[in-house]
Design a protein around this ligand. Structure first.
Ligand code: PLP
Length: 406
């Protein structure tokens, strides 16, 4: 049984005030707050169990390695991956997608090959592909969302040609909240022999993910949005794709032997994890995933659907507010601008005075901003710990903005 009061009590920061008002944190799409168990795990990992991993034979190194490596299995379970050997641990989605761009795409693609992207992608799932465009002449093929922000799988598949080498698409838009049918995209793409990379930065936070069911080739997640520490994350890589990859970063841990004229690599997935990893961040991510699993992904999703419905009703009720995107089944993320001259930054500043934290700007989604014909929006992004009364506080604060700027 989902108990919002118990959930909120797990997050110490939610009891603080901002500008003399109770904090209403609606910026979890940028980074989520951390439950006490994650904070305790970090403290313990440093205070009691800390040492470098993998290379030591002493007790603390063994404990630290066990705690760190246990997270690989937790991530595999969380994502529905059949084997933890499919999980490359890293600092988050940006590193995950760059690993695919440098390690899988660059050695395999040539000038004129195509990568299909949606216009809704975050820069993390755009810029690495621009590198291939700039440096190798790979062509980026863009698919626009519909007017309501939805992205039909057929539309993405229609963009596939015999030069398409990859479809790279988000599971959930960080600006519009649109949830993309990545399973339908993957099955259609695979029928044409095209691999699919899914940016799961937002999707994995809000719904149960099963990479085996989706069937995708790559699924990237970022720990700090999953109630875990910043600098933690992972990418699921399908075994066939992993076998095709060459290492992206070189250094310790990813090698087996190094000589003057020769090197041999470690087995995958370690082959793609160079240098001392974010040991404690990753151990903290393990605690965050355990926490989410304890609450239950179905309960988290159901709570957020109810919040989305309530926020949708209240925000669309404000006829001076331009809410961007209203795709069926979208997540609890709302981007908006205010009629009149008020800039998103001004709105965000006024909201902050009322204790309401939202994000204002381009949300690292330049092509989507161009498509929407705006330079910036305000974004309220909801999480497991938000409440309907916080939606009301947001609406009250927006009404104040309307009075000030109308
Ligand atoms: N993709 C999406 C959809 C995101 O929302 C974000 C973060 O805002 C990222 C990628 C990048 O994540 P990170 O900066 O943690 O690598």
């Amino acid at each position: 049984m989902f108990d919002i009061d118990a959930v909120r009590k797990d997050f110490p920061i939610l009891s603080r005030e901002v500008n003399g008002k109770p904090l209403v944190y609606l910026d979890s799409g940028a980074s989520a707050q951390k439950p006490q168990v994650v904070l305790d795990t970090i403290q313990r990992a440093y205070a009691e169990d800390y040492s470098n991993v993998h290379r030591g034979l002493h007790t603390l190194s063994t404990i630290s390695t066990e705690n760190y490596e246990a997270v690989r299995g937790k991530i595999a379970d969380f994502l529905g991956a059949a084997s933890e050997a499919s999980i490359v641990m890293n600092t988050g989605t940006t590193e995950g997608i760059n690993t695919v761009a440098y390690g899988w795409a660059m050695p395999r693609m040539e000038a004129g090959d195509e990568i299909v992207l949606s216009v809704m992608e975050h820069h993390a799932n755009i810029v690495p592909w621009h590198f291939l465009r700039e440096r190798m002449g790979v062509k980026l093929v863009w698919v626009e969302p519909e007017a309501d922000g939805s992205l039909p799988a057929e539309k993405v598949l229609e963009a596939v040609t015999d030069r398409t080498r990859l479809i790279a698409v988000t599971h959930m838009s960080n600006v519009l909240g649109t949830v993309v049918d990545v399973k339908a995209i993957t099955s259609g793409a695979h029928a044409k022999g095209v691999p699919v990379l899914v940016d799961g930065s937002q999707g994995a936070v809000h719904m149960k993910v099963d990479v085996a069911d989706i069937g995708c080739d790559f699924y990237a997640i970022t720990g700090h949005k999953l109630y875990g520490p910043s600098g933690s994350g992972a990418i699921y890589i399908r075994p066939e794709r992993m076998a095709e990859m060459r290492p992206f970063m070189g250094g310790g841990d990813m090698i087996r032997e190094v000589h003057r004229d020769e090197i041999t690599y470690n087995d995958a997935p370690m082959k793609f994890e160079a240098g001392t990893p974010g040991i404690v961040a990753q151990i903290g991510l393990g605690a965050a995933l355990d926490w989410m699993t304890g609450v239950g992904m179905d309960s988290i999703a159901a709570h957020e659907v109810s919040l989305r419905d309530y926020a949708r009703e209240r925000l669309f009720g404000l006829n001076w507010l331009n809410v961007q995107g209203d795709a069926p089944g979208k997540g609890a993320i709302f981007s908006f601008t205010l009629e009149g001259a008020a800039h998103a930054h001004d709105i965000s500043t006024v909201l902050d005075k009322k204790g309401v934290a939202v994000r204002a700007g381009h949300h690292c989604a330049g092509p989507l901003m161009d498509h929407l014909g705006v330079t910036a929006t305000c974004r309220a992004s909801f999480a497991v710990y938000n409440t309907r009364s916080e939606v009301d506080t947001l609406v009250d604060a927006l009404e104040l903005c309307h009075e000030l700027f109308a």
